[in-house]
Design a protein around this ligand. Sequence first.
Ligand SMILES: NC(=O)c1ccc[n+]([C@@H]2O[C@H](COP(=O)([O-])OP(=O)(O)OC[C@H]3O[C@@H](n4cnc5c(N)ncnc54)[C@H](OP(=O)(O)O)[C@@H]3O)[C@@H](O)[C@H]2O)c1
Length: 319
Amino acid sequence: MSTRPPVLVDLKFNPEGIARILKTAFADRGSINIADPAAKGRDLSGIDYALLWKPDADQFERAPNLKIIFSGGAGVDSFLNLPGLPDVPIVRFVDRSLTTRMSEWVVMQCLMHLRGQHRHDQHQRERRWGKLIAPEAAEVTVGIMGLGVLGQDAASKLRVMGFNVIGWSRTAKEMEGIETFDASELDSFLAKTDVLVGLLPLTPETTGFYNAQLFARLRQGGALGKPVFINAGRGKSQVEADIVSAVESGLLGGASLDVFEVEPLPADAPLWGLENVFLTPHDAAVSEENALFRHVENQIARFERGEALQFVIDSELGY
Ligand SMILES: NC(=O)c1ccc[n+]([C@@H]2O[C@H](COP(=O)([O-])OP(=O)(O)OC[C@H]3O[C@@H](n4cnc5c(N)ncnc54)[C@H](OP(=O)(O)O)[C@@H]3O)[C@@H](O)[C@H]2O)c1
C-alpha cells in the first residue's frame, strides 16, 4: 500500500466523468473525491496536493498543510479568496486542446458578427431569401484584451482569417503582424478597436472592467458600423447592465458572451432577449478531464523529482 497521501479533489464540474477517471488516476497514491459521500468528515490534515475548481469554502481550513494547489481550469479565481488559502505554489491548467477550443470559439464569434449571422438566422426563421453584403475581415480590427496563452493563440488564428488584429496586455508584448499595446496605452488601443475580445483573468483590477465608460471609448463607424463586445474571460469582469444599455442604445452593435456575472445566467436576465447578442453557457473551452489529470500527475512527478513546476501563477498579481 502507498505511503503517499492521496490527492484531494474538489472539482465542481462533470461529477460522473471525474469519478470515472479517479478510478485509475493517481495510481501511486490514490485520491479523496470530495463529491463522494465517503469523503465527508475525513481528516484532510495530512494532504499535500489539492486539485480544485469552485471548492467548498472551508477546503483550505480542512486541508491546512497543502504543498501545491492545482486549478481545474486556466483561471484560479474560484478559490483565491477563500479563507485559509496557504502561501504555496498555485498551478493552473494550460492545455493545447483547451487553447485550441477557445480560439475556435473566438474566431467563430468574430466571423458571426462579421457576416451578420443574426440577420441570416432571422431570415431563415421567416423563410426569406435575404442576401447580405458583409465587409471583408481585413476591414475589421479585432482588439484582444489579454495576450496570454489564450489571447496569443486567438490572435494568430484571427490573423489567418484575415482580420486586422491588435492586442493589449499589462506588460508590453511583441507579436509578428500584430500591433500591441501595454496597460498605459488603453485609450489608443480602444480607439482602433471594432471588435473587442476579452480574454483577461479575473483579478481586482479586471473586476467590472468592461463597462459603459470602456465601451464608449471603442471606435464608432468602423466597417461593422458599431463596435462589438466579445467576452470569454470571466463574467465578473463585465457589467451586464451596461452591456444591455449599450446594445439597446446602439453604443454597441452586438455582443457574444460565454461568461456571466452570475452562472448559470438567470432565466429572467435581459441579456437573453437582445438582438445580435450570442450567448453560450461557459463552454467556450472546458477542461478535458483526461488531459487535466495527466497534467496534474506530470506536475506532481516534476515536483517530487526536484524539478520546477510549470504554469505557476504570480500570487501577488492573482493570475
Ligand atoms: N470561458 C472559458 O471557457 C474559459 C476557459 C479558459 C480560460 N478562461 C479565462 O481566460 C483567462 C485567460 O487565460 P490565459 O490562459 O490566456 O491566461 P494568461 O496566460 O495568464 O494571460 C492573461 C493575460 O491577461 C493580461 N492581464 C492580466 N491582468 C491584466 C490587467 N490588469 N491589465 C492588462 N492585462 C492584464 C496578462 O498580461 P501580461 O501578459 O502582461 O501578464 C496576460 O496577457 C483565464 O484566466 C480564465 O479566466 C475562460
